[in-house]
Design a protein around this ligand. Structure first.
Ligand code: NAP
Length: 335
């Protein structure tokens, strides 16, 4: 039987996930949705034959809905996740789990109180083939112990509501999660450097930024965040180990020889670049939920990422190196 999904938020990624759940994923169907922009929700509901609700809370409570996808604006995530936990429904929440570690902690406490893991966070890079190959190379000792990581996260242009803080809490949070997963350890300190800003950045937006993280074992990580790079969506990651290096492959694209140049296309956004990762993430989520399990990144991973993102924000605001205090992971979340 198909798992009946309710989707909250039908903007760019919400609509893409509805398409994915309908056309690509097996064992699921979208039956209900909501968006603050009701006209948009109605249009998409008509297209996919789903029922429209006015609020996300109504989607969660709907008796015909088995599990929830949250793809609304970041500040709404925590409230919907808490409501889904109360309703004892599985929920895949787009990153970030919340806009502060404090709100993530409330989610952790609620989930533990319910006595069942219900929450998965949309850290889809863990399902990307390139990152998985890097993880295997590290675990199979192909490059020795990792020492340094050099990462780049560039977007062509930011959304109209983008802020300096969001470059880390909404965007670099992907690196914060995937690098913690790649290395299998927590962070110790955070620092943020602010170079001269691009003249193309909106007033008040500091862009680019450089995030420097240090792990518990002393691995040093630099992440360039540049949300206004203009030329495309570009994610890079190189791990330097004791005996070799490994780096993310450039996404598969045709190579063209034309007009005196050798070239290939660079994707313009995340939806194409990580399309395979999202598909795998959703198929595994549906398969796990049908068995009553969360198999992907948990609420604890969402919490750990937000603790780190909050430390980065403090580091940027104060212009200092900030220690990262990571609480011990409760037994409830240890796999
Ligand atoms: P978007 O296009 O702005 O869509 C967000 C949608 O949620 C909009 O339709 C917005 O309406 C609606 N919304 C706002 N408040 C709401 C509420 N209280 N209840 C229900 N709907 C509400 O943004 P997006 O790019 O799709 O991003 C949505 C979420 O997905 C964000 O949290 C983002 O971080 C995440 N995301 C994740 C990835 C990834 O790689 N995993 C990629 C992109 C986005 P209005 O437009 O009227 O405000």
């Amino acid at each position: 039987m198909d798992l009946r999904i309710g989707v909250i938020g039908t903007g760019a990624i919400g609509e893409d996930h509805i398409r994915r759940l309908t056309d690509v994923i097996t064992g699921a169907k979208v039956v209900a949705l909501s968006d603050i922009n009701i006209d948009r929700a109605k249009k998409i509901a008509d297209q996919y034959n789903a029922k429209v609700y006015v609020t996300g809370e109504e989607v969660i409570a709907a008796p015909e809905v088995d599990a929830i996808v949250i793809a609304s604006w970041d500040p709404t995530h925590a409230q919907y996740v808490l409501t889904a936990i109360k309703a004892r429904k599985f929920v895949l929440c787009e990153k970030p789990l919340a806009t502060s570690a404090e709100d993530c902690k409330k989610i952790i406490e609620a989930e533990i109180a319910e006595g069942k893991q219900l929450v998965q966070v949309g850290f889809m890079r863990r399902f990307d083939r390139g990152y998985r190959q890097i993880k295997s190379a590290i675990e199979d000792d192909k490059i020795g112990e990792p020492l340094l990581l050099h990462c780049v996260h560039r977007n062509r242009i930011p959304g109209p509501k983008h802020t300096t803080e969001m470059s880390i809490k909404n965007s670099v949070i992907h690196e914060i999660d995937v690098l913690r997963w790649l290395l299998g350890e927590e962070y110790k300190t955070a620092q943020v450097l602010i170079p001269r800003s691009s003249r193309l950045a909106a007033d008040g937006l500091r862009d680019p930024q450089i995030v420097l993280l240090e792990t518990q074992s002393g691995v040093r990580i630099d992440i360039e965040s540049f949300v206004n790079c203009q030329y495309g969506y570009d994610v890079q990651c190189e791990v330097v180990g004791e005996t070799g290096t490994v780096r993310l492959p450039d996404p598969a694209a045709i190579v063209m020889r034309s007009q005196g140049a050798l070239s290939y296309e660079i994707f313009s956004d995340w939806s194409d670049r990580f399309i395979e990762a999202y598909d795998i993430e959703f198929q595994q989520w549906i398969d796990g939920v049908k068995q009553g399990m969360v198999t992907g990144p948990t609420a604890w991973d969402g919490y750990a990422a937000c603790i780190t993102a909050d430390a980065c924000t403090e580091a940027r605001e104060k212009g200092t190196i900030v220690p990262i205090e990571m609480p011990e992971c409760p037994q409830f979340y240890s796999k």
